[in-house]
Design a protein around this ligand. Structure first.
Ligand SMILES: [Fe+2]
Ligand SMILES: [Fe+2]
Length: 179
């Protein structure tokens, strides 16, 4: 694929911009989960720390998927600057609430891209995005289920310890490359 020949671009300029913005969102997510993992680690939530380190890696793989797709389409990805994430959190529950909000924002952005793809009859991008649509359903469910645990198990020290153990048990599964 020639680098400077924009006539060979297989997606619209609008779609290119949306996908590049998504590279930024995935990078922000990766960075934000990294900050969460680090906070968990210093706070003594070892399970949650390994869970969010793995989650950070996962977001990086999402970012790479989009970069490769843009380049394959002759659209040339532009690597964006990343925002500084929050440094501290009120609680583990609050941290997971923030994670869910992030995921909901990412879902909305992906759905917008799907709409652009449909409008533009851009079948390649439509099919490419399908994986992300499914992934977001899983991501949101994951954090919603975790948040439910605080209502079910509790918010005292023992309960948080249980939830931390639960996160530890899920951390290894998360880091397995499944796609
Ligand atoms: Fe992602
Ligand atoms: Fe995610």
């Amino acid at each position: 694929m020639s680098v400077n020949n924009s006539t060979r671009m297989k997606i619209s300029t609008k779609m290119k911009k949306a996908l590049n913005d998504q590279v930024g969102l995935e990078a922000d997510a990766s960075n934000s989960y990294l900050a969460m993992a680090s906070w968990c680690e210093v706070t003594g939530y070892e399970g949650a720390a390994s869970y969010f380190y793995a989650q950070s890696d996962e977001e990086r793989t999402h970012m790479l998927k989009i970069i490769h797709y843009l380049n394959d389409m002759g659209a040339i990805s532009v690597i964006p600057a990343i925002k500084s994430p929050a440094v501290t959190y009120k609680s583990l529950e609050n941290l997971i609430k923030t994670a869910l909000k992030n995921e909901q924002a990412v879902t909305a952005a992906i759905h917008k891209m799907v709409e652009i793809a449909q409008k533009e009859k851009d079948h390649s991008t439509y099919v490419f995005l399908e994986w992300f649509v499914n992934e977001q359903v899983q991501e949101e469910t994951k954090f919603e289920t975790l948040l439910q645990k605080f209502d079910l198990i509790g918010r005292d020290k023992l309960a948080i310890n249980e939830i931390d153990k639960l996160l530890a048990s899920q951390a290894t599964a998360e880091s397995e490359p499944t796609a």
